[in-house]
Ligand binder design. Structure first.
Ligand SMILES: C[S@@+](CC[C@H](N)C(=O)[O-])C[C@H]1O[C@@H](n2cnc3c(N)ncnc32)[C@H](O)[C@@H]1O
Length: 222
């Protein structure tokens, strides 16, 4: 998969590209990442990328032309253009999976300031939101959604790690423990040290069900 991020702040992505699973996915040629800065698609000497809002209002809006030119530089028949936006479709594991399976090239647009000229809607395929809150820019959103998508691309991470992850099989993951066996009076459940695989499996199923109930409770509105 190729992912192009259109961003005024490409520096955000330096750490993202150069560490952990994303770095390995790039090295193993599972993904390719390109960064385009709308500023490089301006014509004026100030390389202006934002302006005042027609009709008045606080803040500045990103100009549409540099962004559309950046899209057009990389867009082809395989491209799927995503706009990060608080009013978009709420991101989920299900959507991550759908995109990982069906799309070959993503172009992800990161808004900033008060957002982007509304005519951008004519140049995108989907608006995606990370949730009902406002971030300063779309960069964190773009990294979050692409991270979730990349780890679902075949052979990016161990297949077995994905099977029991939260949101698979409508369940939240079971509790896991590692060393030490006792930490400040808190012990690892005995069953996990028993070596009895049948019992361990039953305990894990029960723990996953408990965690799923907890997830639902945590997400009830206040
Ligand atoms: C400060 S926000 C603009 C918010 C806009 N004025 C509004 O009220 O909807 C700047 C950019 O951050 C990104 N952004 C902020 N919060 C987001 C969220 N919850 N989901 C997706 N993108 C978000 C979008 O790209 C947005 O254009």
């Amino acid at each position: 998969m190729k992912i192009t991020f259109i961003t005024l702040f490409p520096e955000y992505f330096t750490f993202f590209k150069n560490h952990s699973i994303i770095k390995r996915a790039i090295e193993n040629k599972k993904i390719k990442i390109e960064l385009l800065n709308p500023r490089d698609f301006t014509k004026d000497k100030n390389r202006q990328v934002d302006d005042y809002i027609y009709g008045g209002g606080a803040g500045m809006l990103m100009l549409i032309e540099p962004i559309v030119k950046a899209i057009e530089k990389v867009k082809n028949e395989n491209s799927f253009v995503i706009l990060t936006s608080p009013r978009g479709r709420k991101f989920s594991q299900e959507l991550a999976k759908k995109i990982a399976i069906t799309k070959k090239e993503l172009i992800i647009i990161c808004g900033h300031y008060e957002g982007i000229d509304a005519r951008i809607k004519h140049f995108i395929d989907l608006e995606i939101s990370l949730g009902e809150f406002i971030l300063t820019g779309g960069e964190i959103v773009a990294m979050a959604i692409s991270d979730a998508i990349i780890r679902l691309i075949p052979d990016v991470i161990n297949k077995d790690s994905l099977i029991e992850e939260s949101f698979e099989n409508n369940l939240i993951e079971t509790d896991h423990y590692t060393k030490p066996q006792v930490f400040r009076n808190y012990s690892v459940p005995d069953v996990l040290l028993s070596g009895d695989h049948k019992k361990i499996l039953a305990w894990r199923k029960e723990s996953a069900i408990k965690n799923t109930k907890l997830f639902k409770k945590n997400n009830q509105k206040w």
